[in-house]
Design a protein around this ligand. Structure first.
Ligand SMILES: Nc1ncnc2c1ncn2[C@@H]1O[C@H](COP(=O)(O)OP(=O)(O)O)[C@@H](O)[C@H]1O
Ligand SMILES: Nc1ncnc2c1ncn2[C@H]1C[C@H](O)[C@@H](COP(=O)(O)O)O1
Length: 219
């Protein structure tokens, strides 16, 4: 019996991993996909044509970057649907608008007109009865210090050059965002309660929790 069967997790489940930059979403995505024999839907950072430019000049590139992310995530959504589920998704589409676009608009690095255009497009594409929401959103939470340390260790140059106040602002916003999120069931995991890098068996208690949440909410 494989782990998916052991924990009675439906083969067509779609699980999305949310949380601030550096908290461990990609690591969790790979670990869960491996354990469940699911496909991954990853955020591609290296091939993003706007990300470097964006970090150098938020005002100039924030609208372009949001449109790019929205298109990429929507394409991924289509791919997940076409395969009939069985996916772990690295970051949810909801964070693009609820965290990033909103933050840049409110901090003055996205114009009101651009934010309005982006929000209208997002709502028309995502906030409709036809958009398939994930079966579960796993929210990873950690302290600001731990997250900043992980960003440092990972060493993406554009993130190193970004002031800590940016990560601090984002960290605070995530807490408020998750408290009012209601598009699908949420499982909160604290990053100090598991260690997927050094202990492979730590995935099993997570699968157990996923099973409880998914089977409680899916019919
Ligand atoms: N349990 C862990 N303990 C220590 N470091 C971790 C752990 N999980 C992830 N990391 C490291 O933290 C950094 C950020 O993780 P990553 O999965 O890329 O985060 P995200 O996708 O949320 O940005 C990476 O360098 C990764 O190796
Ligand atoms: N919607 C977004 N707007 C701005 N920046 C974003 C958005 N989504 C992701 N990002 C950035 C943040 C990181 O630098 C990279 C990858 O995110 P990660 O949380 O490390 O997977 O893209």
């Amino acid at each position: 019996m494989n782990l998916r069967e052991k924990y009675n997790i439906p083969h067509d489940s779609v699980i999305t991993i949310a949380g601030t930059v550096g908290v461990g979403k990609s690591t969790m995505t790979h670990a869960l996909a491996k354990a469940l024999d699911f496909r991954t839907s990853l955020e591609k950072v290296d091939t993003n044509p706007y990300l470097d430019k964006f970090y150098k000049d938020f005002e100039r590139w924030s609208f372009h970057l949001q449109i790019y992310f929205l298109a990429e995530r929507f394409k991924e959504q289509k791919r997940i649907f076409e395969y009939g589920g069985g996916f772990i998704q690295d970051r949810s589409i909801y964070e693009d608008t609820g965290i990033f676009a909103k933050m840049h608009y409110e901090k003055g690095t996205m114009t009101p007109t651009d934010y309005d255009t982006y929000s209208n497009l997002f709502d028309a594409m995502v906030m409709t009865p036809y958009f398939p929401h994930p079966h579960l959103l796993i929210y990873l939470e950690g302290t600001l210090d731990d997250v900043v340390e992980r960003i440092k260790v990972r060493g993406r140059p554009m993130e190193q050059a970004t002031p800590v106040t940016y990560w601090e602002e984002m960290h605070g916003r995530y807490e408020n965002w998750i408290n009012s999120f209601n598009a699908c069931p949420i499982l909160r995991l604290n990053i100090n309660d598991y260690d997927l890098m050094n202990d492979e068996t730590s995935v099993e208690p997570i699968l157990e929790k996923i099973s409880l949440f998914i089977n409680h909410s899916r019919f």
